[in-house]
Design a protein. Structure first.
Length: 84
């Protein structure tokens, strides 16, 4: 059995692949920032929550702060804008 291999990528093709990857990464980053902004705005309304909902919101804050370092910056900006 023979393994079918494609031609090696040229420099231009590699650059195109890298640019597509960085564009996708930037899109994901922007989507995460906007999601974290809306979520942090919702999480500031913890006074209406009781029991399970409060636990879930706190758990989301915990997960976001662990996995998304820039969420902290967004959360701080929301806090600052809320209390100006």
């Amino acid at each position: 059995m023979s393994i079918i291999q494609g031609p090696p990528f040229t420099v231009r093709e590699r650059i195109n692949i890298l640019q597509q990857g960085t564009a996708q990464y930037k899109f994901i980053q922007v989507a995460l920032v906007s999601f974290s902004f809306h979520l942090s705005r919702d999480l500031l309304n913890l006074t209406n929550c009781t029991g399970k909902a409060l636990f879930i919101k706190r758990f989301y804050i915990f997960l976001l702060f662990i996995f998304c370092p820039f969420v902290k910056i967004v959360f701080k900006k929301v806090l600052i804008s809320k209390f100006r």
